[in-house]
Design a protein around this ligand. Structure first.
Ligand code: URA
Length: 207
């Protein structure tokens, strides 16, 4: 009798299945895939409308977000809400989340391996929401999605095709505006006002 021997290498490498939104939400709550879980108080998965054509993505939760389990509710979050409202976008009408779901200690920038460990959750959010536009807030999400080392100053205010018909739109992180309060032409605040108006026009054009 012929015995069919299968080598380990016969099996095509399968990409891990993409989690459903609900699976991602559930698994993230008890996730220990990276060191950030050790110091977290709450997992900050994301919030807002899952029917939104746009997702705003920040770096990672800060102190208030870690304490409450909600994204962008501290000072940077208040600034983001203000920016959205300045063009008539209600915060609840869009989806808001972060590259990593647990707070990096001392608000440091999330590291590459932490972002990679958390990617399945963000990927599930994107697959479920199917946005037309992802707004990358600051260098961390902008450089991750665009696979570039260009800085946010060069990337901001521009739409870049990504995948599945989704465009990446880069803006300054709201905490950068808190550190640079000038409204002079050319200032981060002034440029962000231009950028949010441009985004609003694009969103209006989608309807
Ligand atoms: N900064 C971020 O990048 N995300 C938050 O949720 C809060 C502050």
């Amino acid at each position: 009798m012929m015995v069919q021997m299968r080598s380990l290498f016969d099996e095509p490498a399968k990409a891990p299945a993409i989690l459903t939104f609900e699976e991602a939400q559930r698994q993230a709550q008890t996730c220990t895939k990276c060191r950030l879980h050790q110091s977290r108080t709450h997992v900050v998965f994301g919030e807002g409308s899952t029917r939104s054509p746009v997702i705003f993505i920040g770096e990672g939760p800060g102190e208030v977000e870690d304490a409450t389990g909600r994204p962008f509710v501290g000072p940077a979050g208040q600034k983001l809400t203000e920016i959205l409202e300045s063009v008539g976008i209600a915060r609840e009408s869009v989806y808001i989340c972060n590259m990593v779901k647990c707070r990096p200690p001392g608000n440091r920038v999330p590291q590459k391996d932490e972002i990679e460990a958390c990617w399945p959750y963000l990927e599930a959010q994107i697959k479920h929401i199917k946005p037309k536009i992802i707004v990358a807030l600051g260098n961390v999400p902008a450089q991750f999605f665009l696979k570039t080392t260009e800085g946010i100053t060069t990337l901001r205010g521009r739409f870049f095709p990504w995948r599945d018909g989704i465009e990446i739109y880069c803006m300054f992180h709201p905490s950068y505006l808190l550190r640079n309060p000038s409204r002079e032409p050319g200032s981060p605040k002034y440029l962000t006002w231009q950028d949010i108006k441009k985004l609003k026009e694009r969103l209006d054009g989608l309807l």
